[in-house]
Design a protein around this ligand. Structure first.
Ligand code: AMP
Length: 174
């Protein structure tokens, strides 16, 4: 059911943003009201009754699904952003993308020892991004409940870059 929705509304764009990358475009899915609700509910489902205090949304597509999942779970949202976007003191972690390198930041006061967070993003590719977010959560002193993705590119073995034992819930694995 949810797989059928993803197959219908996530579109492959070959050679974007550079040759050899097949980009998974979520814009048709976002534009479809019932699919958007279905995805939010399906991404939230594994985390109900698991003591999650916040969702961590990863810039920028993780903000979209992270907000939806947080509202489904009835918890707040914490932002992980690209460098220089967050206005207060931050922790930072460097990472490697499927197409480039970058750095991510989180506010130093975003987490405390009572935080138990689920990290939400659209696609798990090489795992560099999600691994960096796990580092930020550790720096901030929070607990990592796990990761939630719409789609996991399993052939890139991104899970291996995530902390061992972390729960990973992907709606679809390629
Ligand atoms: P990675 O760090 O390699 O796991 O890449 C994950 C991040 O890059 C996510 O925030 C995705 O939005 C984006 N990303 C990586 N590969 C793709 C892809 N093939 N299609 C769409 N987004 C991607």
């Amino acid at each position: 059911m949810i797989e059928e929705t993803l197959d219908r509304l996530m579109r492959d764009v070959p050679d974007f943003p550079k040759p050899g990358i097949v980009f998974k475009d979520i814009t048709p899915l976002l534009a479809d009201a019932s699919a958007l609700r279905e995805v939010a509910q399906a991404m939230a489902a594994p985390w109900r009754d698991r003591g999650v205090t916040h969702v961590v949304g990863v810039e920028s597509r993780g903000f979209l699904f992270g907000t939806a999942v947080a509202m489904e779970l009835g918890v707040g949202l914490i932002l992980v952003r690209k460098p220089g976007k967050l206005p207060c003191p931050t922790y930072s972690a460097d990472y490697t993308l499927e197409y480039g390198t970058d750095r991510l930041e989180i506010h130093q006061d975003a987490l405390d020892s009572g935080s138990n967070v689920v990290v939400v993003d659209d696609v798990l590719a090489t795992g560099g991004t999600a691994g960096a977010v796990a580092e930020l959560i550790a720096q901030g002193g929070g607990q990592l409940a796990g990761f939630g993705f719409l789609l996991e590119l399993g052939f890139l073995a991104g899970r291996e870059k995530l902390p061992s034992g972390a729960a990973v819930e992907s709606l679809k694995i390629l």
